[in-house]
Design a binder for this molecule. Structure first.
Ligand code: UDX
Length: 445
């Protein structure tokens, strides 16, 4: 099928490349000409495992194209996907200007009937607004075309996005016409060849499904972070508690890790946007507000532990930070707990030496060059001349550290483990003081 993809961010680029991989002809369009030029040259603007070969291979095979020209992009389009950003609008809601601008563009240049599929995370009712916008522009052009607007939220995880797209656990389709469901089933069928993983529903329910999924996952995390806080104060270890609750299939093993708080481009903004939409609809959403507030506090918790250890602000000290990305296997630092911690350490007058396997360029782009920030090219280099180590992201390469080297290089012999990846007893046996999240081990019973 001929697919047009508006937006070459995580969702657009990954989905576009995966659709090309299963044999569709895909043209990705973006208003960012620099990004499109880089993609045309085979350069991938974001780090995502498996994405580079997929993009380059399908571009070389002539199934995946990149353009800034919406006229060319919409020529012969059967499916037109919208995968552009919906950032916070400053009032807690979602900024739909990019989505609605794409709808204008579609209305302006579309020349034949098509199905418009919204993949961006949007408040309930947005498909209707997209539909109305396209039809208003078509009416101005005095053109009559049959355009159906469907909702097809994505559930891709950064760092595993290609795998999630090629092997989805479900494909949620929100539409009102049987013919639209059938076309979209055909589009995605090769991803789910051996299982029927399609979930069909009305458009508004599909829009809400995306928020409900992210909000529930965020709730699990904030719940565990709250338990961790309790554990810390009553002398229990949240890691033991996690092992004790995970085997219950009603709870499950996923998203029950206490840590430095959730970040990324989705959870923080989606929880807020859903709470905002609820309020707009006259429905209070105290649980969502609490999930957000707990996370906000959690992102500042590592610093609280640091202050507690030093008995005040750590002015003049040097901290090694292992990890800057909001989670492993990505170079994304949007909403990352590392940014909150860096700011707190700088406000206190500390200096920071950061190592991250992938995210240093993004960190520099976000924060600029500064004297109190050193970007280091290895975990050991980050430890050079530091007083304390803080682990913020649980990259695999941090999991088996050389404890002797740690003891030698970390001036104050203290580790703040924001992801609970170390064994407190082992570190303490090596003469290193250990602080984790929710690890208030009672030494008696
Ligand atoms: C999320 C959703 O998982 C995905 O379905 C949606 O499409 C986009 O948003 P993503 O933002 O890539 O994906 O990251 P995810 O793996 O869900 O992690 C989000 C954050 O939660 C990270 O900061 C992670 O460190 C944190 N987290 C996750 C925890 O603190 N504890 C956990 O147990 C799990």
């Amino acid at each position: 099928m001929r697919v047009t993809m508006f937006g070459t961010g995580y969702v657009g680029l990954v989905t576009g490349a995966c659709l090309a991989e299963i044999g569709h002809e895909v043209i990705c369009v973006d208003v960012d000409s620099n990004r499109i030029e880089r993609l045309q040259a085979g350069e991938i603007p974001l780090y995502e495992p498996g994405l580079a070969p997929l993009v380059r291979g399908n571009a070389a095979a002539g199934r995946l194209h990149f353009t800034v020209d919406p006229v060319r992009a919409l020529e012969g389009a059967e499916i037109v996907s919208i995968a552009v950003g919906t950032p916070p609008n400053g009032e807690g809601g979602a900024d739909l200007s990019q989505v609605l601008a794409v709808a204008e563009t579609i209305g302006t240049h579309l020349s034949a009937a098509a199905i418009v599929v919204n993949k961006s995370t949007v408040p309930v009712g947005t498909a209707q607004r997209v539909h109305d916008t396209i039809n208003a522009v078509l009416a101005r052009r005095d053109v009559q075309l049959d355009v159906d607007v469907a909702s097809n939220p994505e559930f891709l995880k950064e760092g595993a996005a290609v795998k999630d797209c090629m092997h989805p656990d479900r494909i949620v389709l929100g539409a009102s016409r049987r013919t639209t469901f059938d076309r979209l089933r055909k589009l995605y069928a090769p991803f789910v060849r051996n299982h029927d993983r399609f979930v069909e529903m009305d458009v508004r329910s599909a829009e809400l499904t995306k928020y409900a999924a992210n909000a529930l996952l965020a709730t699990k995390i904030s719940f565990m972070n709250e338990m961790a806080r309790i554990a810390e104060h009553v002398g229990a270890d949240i890691e033991q508690v996690r092992l004790g609750i995970g085997p219950d299939p009603r709870i499950g093993w996923h998203f029950i890790y206490a840590g430095a708080g959730y970040g990324g481009a989705c959870f923080p903004k989606d929880v807020l946007a859903l709470a905002h939409a609820a309020r707009d609809a006259g429905v209070p959403a105290p649980l969502l507000d609490a999930v957000h507030a707990v996370n906000d506090r959690q992102k500042r918790h590592l610093y609280t532990l640091i202050q507690r250890h030093y008995g005040g602000p750590p002015a003049g000290r040097t901290f090694a930070l292992w990890g800057a990305a909001f989670k492993p296997n990505t170079d994304d630092v949007r909403g990352a707990p590392s940014l909150t911690l860096l700011q707190q350490l700088w406000d206190a007058g500390a200096t920071v030496r950061v190592y991250d396997p992938k995210a240093l360029d993004e960190l520099r782009r976000t924060l600029g060059d500064r004297e109190d920030l050193a970007l280091c090219d290895s975990p050991a280099a980050a430890l050079d001349g530091c007083d304390a180590l803080v682990v913020v992201t649980e990259w695999r390469e941090f999991r088996s550290p050389d404890l002797e080297l740690m003891r030698e290089r970390i001036g104050d012999r203290v580790v703040f483990d924001g992801r609970n990846i170390y064994d407190p007893v082992e570190l303490e046996e090596h003469g290193i003081a250990y602080y984790g999240i929710g690890r208030g081990r009672s030494l008696s019973f």
